[in-house]
Design a protein around this ligand. Sequence first.
Ligand code: SUG
Length: 443
Amino acid sequence: MSAVELNLDGLVGPTHNYAGLSWGNLASARNKDAVARPRAAALQGLAKMRQLMALGVPQGVLAPQERPNLPFLRALGFAGDDAAVWRAAWKDAPDIARAACAASAMWAANAATVSPAFDCADARTHITPANLTTMLHRALEAEGTARTLARVLPDPARFAHHPPLIGHAAFADEGAANHMRLCAAHGAPGVEVFVYGRNAGERADAGFPGRQTREACEAIARRHGLAPERVVFARQARRAIDAGAFHNDVVAVANERVLFFHEHAFEDKAGVLDEIRRKAADLFEPVFIEVKDADVSLADAVTSYLFNSQLITIAGRAMLIAPTEVRENNAAAAYVRDLVDSGALGGVRYVEVRESMRNGGGPACLRLRVALSHADLAAVEQGFVLNEALADALEAWVTRCYRETLAPADLADPALITETRRALDELTAILPLGGDFYAFQRS
Ligand code: SUG
């Protein structure tokens, strides 16, 4: 069936900041307490969406969540008016206050795992919002993400929305960042590769956390109605996690037949490739582009985010949408040049998402891919689909409502609450969210 891939990008929220919240994410740790630029961050994200739209990729937007997250703080016993809650949280529990302020829902690759209708037993698109249990600030996203996705993909005859998996470490799930799909074409049945960092029963070891369990992957494959003969469970290499690949999409990306990956991405590389080949055998021949450590080291992969590029098909050719950091890294830039020169890639476009990169989020982190038939694309709530007018309106809104800079010392000021609410309230009139989407609008 002829199909397209809708990219849903997370709109960067007005509290974008650097709080060093993600243990195991080297960029987040390195930039802890740096001064953030929320306005630039959101405009960079929108500029990337515009570029994809100009290439003919259907592009949608996901609204930011309500931050600071006052309902979360109230549930923890902080009381009084909003300003009092916010002040008390900063005074008594600054780590919790920081978590309540994170704009991390912008990284839509962690919003959910999506299995296209072409792979699912009931021929509907199946969606499981990620519980993101490993990091407190991210665990706060699941509920809002589920509501947002239900608005964007509304028709239950076409879109099956599952609740997030139970929020326990045994089912730690980080969504599409640990999920890849290989297929002959977006509308053909594919092989879905679920990547996990640990088993549920394993004792936590000394290294960085494995944020996804095998049990979570298996549960998602089951509830999505995937055929076991089209599913591969691959263990992420401990070496990659310890080098800073906190999600698989820091060391691997797939598109159609192509799997572009670092030689140290998987614990049992030969086993994984063999299983993909076997399970795809009657469908298509996979193309493996394996990057050797001698060409691009794991360290270079993690700093440049080479594999966190968006790999897309434009006019039948593979194109890489890479962060400008790749161009600035000698090894990664040379590798990409060779891929273009050899014809393996039809081209490369560099995008500037530096504000997001400084928190460990590259171009691919910012988007959730949803492969859809044309009929299902028409069923997407069109008010979330980007066109020039919506992009203009969102840019004007960001420019009007977002601070140019946000320093750590600014976060505790209750003025941030009023200011962000005003911005989100305005947004609900730009996107079809209605006047009661956010908790503050309902109270
Ligand atoms: O979960 N960073 C995010 C980055 C997510 C990147 N996504 C993918 N690889 N798909 C994370 O670690 C940092 C927030 C802070 O430190 O303020 C953060 O949450």
